[in-house]
Design a protein around this ligand. Structure first.
Ligand SMILES: [Zn+2]
Ligand SMILES: [Zn+2]
Length: 420
C-alpha cells in the first residue's frame, strides 16, 4: 500500500498503536476517524493497519514473519509472510519462495531415490524367485494329457519367439488363443500350474507382485514364459518340433472330451458375439446356457449352432424393437429359443444349414486350429460335424494305424451333464 493513499500515514508509531488498541476494544470506526483525523472511504480501517510482527521466524531467513491485522469478528487475509524472501505460510497456495522451491525439489529427489531403491529391491527379490524356478525339474512330454499337449502346441505355434527361447504373452498373439477368455485362462493356468511353462525373467516386472514370504504372483496372460519340458533323446529343436507338430498316441475318449470342450467354447463365443453386436448387451454365461449348448452339441455341429444363434438373435432383436422389451430380457430369451428351435429341427427332421466362420469377426482360435488340423487332422469336420467319437476313431486309424478299436467305444455316450 503506497503512503500516498494510506489515510493513516500521518500517524506516529504510538498513535498508530493507540488506534489499533481502540479499534480492537470495539470503538466505532466513525469515532476513531474523527479522533485521529482520518479520511476513510467506506469506513475501511483495518486494511490500512501495518502488518503485525509475529514472534515466529521465517524458516529460511530466521527473521520475524508478518501478518495482516484481521477485521473485528470477521475473516480477512491472514497469510503470514517474510519480508525478506517472500516466503508465505498459512495459505492454501503453493509457496514459490526460493527456500520452499528448493525443499520441494529435494523432497521430489528423495522420493525418486526411495522409489528406485524399492524397485531395485523388488527386482532382486524377483530374481530370487526366478532362481527357484530355474531349479524346477523339467516335465516329460510323455506325462502331458492330450489337453496339455494341445494347449502347449497351440500356444507355441502362436507365440514362440523367433530365437525359439521363450513364449510371448498369450495376449500378444495375432489371433485369439482360444474362443473365450475364460478358456484361455484355464488352459494357460493348467500349463503354468503343472510347471510345463514357467514365467520368464524377461517379462515386464510390473506384471509380478511379490508377497512378503518371497513368493510371487503374476498376470498369467501378460507375462513371457519359458518351456520347461523334456523328452528323452530330443534336444531343443526336435523337442520344439515335437511340441508344435506332435506325434501322439491319442486316446479317443480324451480327444472326444476335448472336441466337446473346444466346441462348447466356440458356441459361447458365437452367442456372446451375436448378442453384443445385435442387442448391444453383454450376456452372462451361466450353467444353464452351458448345459443347453452341450445338449445341442449332441446333435448339431458348431457350424449349425452358429446359425441357430444367429437366427434366434435376429428374432430377439425384432422382439426388442417391436415390443420394446429390454435388451437383457431379449438376450436371455435366445438360449431357450435356440434349444426349442433345435428340438423342433430334430422332431421335424429339418436340415439346418450351418453358418461359416467369419474370418473377420470370429476367426478360428489357435487351439481350435491346432487341435482339429494338427492333432486330430480332421480339419473342418471339427466345425461342421457334432463332436463324434466315430469320426475320431476313423481319423486315428487312418493317420496313425494304431490299434484303437476298443470294443465298447461304439456305445460311448457323451459325458453326463453334471460334468458342467
Ligand atoms: Zn524469509
Ligand atoms: Zn516459502
Amino acid at each position: 500500500m503506497s503512503t500516498e493513499t494510506n489515510p493513516l500515514s500521518h500517524l506516529s508509531e504510538s498513535e498508530m498503536n493507540q488506534l489499533i488498541e481502540r479499534y480492537y476494544a470495539g470503538e466505532k470506526v466513525k469515532d476513531l476517524a474523527e479522533d485521529f483525523n482520518l479520511n476513510l472511504k467506506n469506513n475501511q480501517l483495518v486494511n490500512h493497519f501495518p502488518a503485525k510482527q509475529l514472534d515466529e521466524n521465517c524458516p529460511y531467513c530466521s527473521l520475524n514473519l508478518y501478518q495482516p491485522y484481521q477485521p473485528r469478528g470477521g475473516y480477512g487475509n491472514d497469510k503470514k509472510y517474510c519480508r525478506i524472501c517472500e516466503h508465505t505460510e498459512n495459505t492454501w497456495r503453493t509457496c514459490y519462495c526460493e527456500g520452499c522451491t528448493k525443499t520441494r525439489i529435494q523432497q521430489q529427489q528423495e522420493k525418486e531415490r526411495i522409489d528406485l531403491e524399492n524397485r531395485q529391491k523388488e527386482q532382486e527379490k524377483l530374481s530370487g524367485a526366478f532362481e527357484f524356478l530355474k531349479n524346477l525339474e523339467a516335465v516329460s512330454l510323455q506325462e502331458l494329457t492330450l489337453k496339455e499337449r494341445t494347449a502347449l502346441g497351440a500356444y507355441s505355434r502362436l507365440c514362440l519367439s523367433d530365437d525359439l527361447t521363450y513364449l510371448k504373452p498369450v495376449l500378444t498373439g495375432n489371433i485369439n488363443f482360444s474362443p473365450t477368455p475364460e478358456y484361455t485362462i484355464e488352459c494357460i493356468k493348467t500349463l503354468a500350474n503343472r510347471n510345463i511353462i514357467l514365467p520368464s525373467i524377461i517379462s515386464d516386472p510390473d506384471h509380478f507382485s511379490l508377497d512378503s514370504d518371497g513368493s510371487f504372483s503374476y498376470r498369467m496372460l501378460q507375462v513371457h514364459y519359458e518351456l520347461n519340458i523334456e523328452e528323452e533323446g530330443l534336444n531343443k529343436v526336435p523337442l520344439l518340433d515335437e511340441v508344435m507338430s506332435p506325434n501322439l498316441n491319442i486316446n479317443t475318449e480324451e480327444a472326444f472330451g476335448l472336441w466337446e470342450e473346444i466346441a462348447l467354447h466356440e458356441c459361447i463365443e458365437s452367442l456372446k458375439y451375436n448378442v453384443q453386436v445385435t442387442l448391444n448387451h453383454e450376456i452372462q454365461i451361466g450353467d444353464k446356457t452351458v448345459w443347453t449348448i452341450k445338449e445341442m452339441l449332441k446333435n448339431f455341429s458348431v457350424s449349425q449352432i452358429f446359425y441357430i444363434f444367429y437366427s434366434r438373435t435376429t428374432y430377439a432383436l425384432r422382439w426388442m424393437t417391436e415390443q420394446g422389451v429390454y435388451a437383457k430380457h431379449a438376450a436371455n430369451s435366445i438360449i431357450g429359443n435356440s434349444q426349442k428351435y433345435a428340438d423342433r429341427a430334430i422332431a421335424n427332421q429339418y436340415n439346418i444349414k450351418g453358418s461359416w466362420r467369419s474370418h473377420n469377426t470370429l476367426p478360428q482360435s489357435a487351439i481350435s486350429t491346432f487341435f482339429f488340423d494338427t492333432v486330430l487332422k480332421i480339419g473342418d469336420d471339427g466345425f461342421v460335424m457334432p463332436p463324434n467319437i466315430e469320426r475320431i476313431k476313423r481319423a486315428l486309424k487312418v493317420e496313425d494305424n494304431s490299434p484303437l478299436d476298443h470294443a465298447g467305444d461304439d456305445n460311448n455316450t457323451p459325458p453326463p451333464t453334471e460334468e458342467m
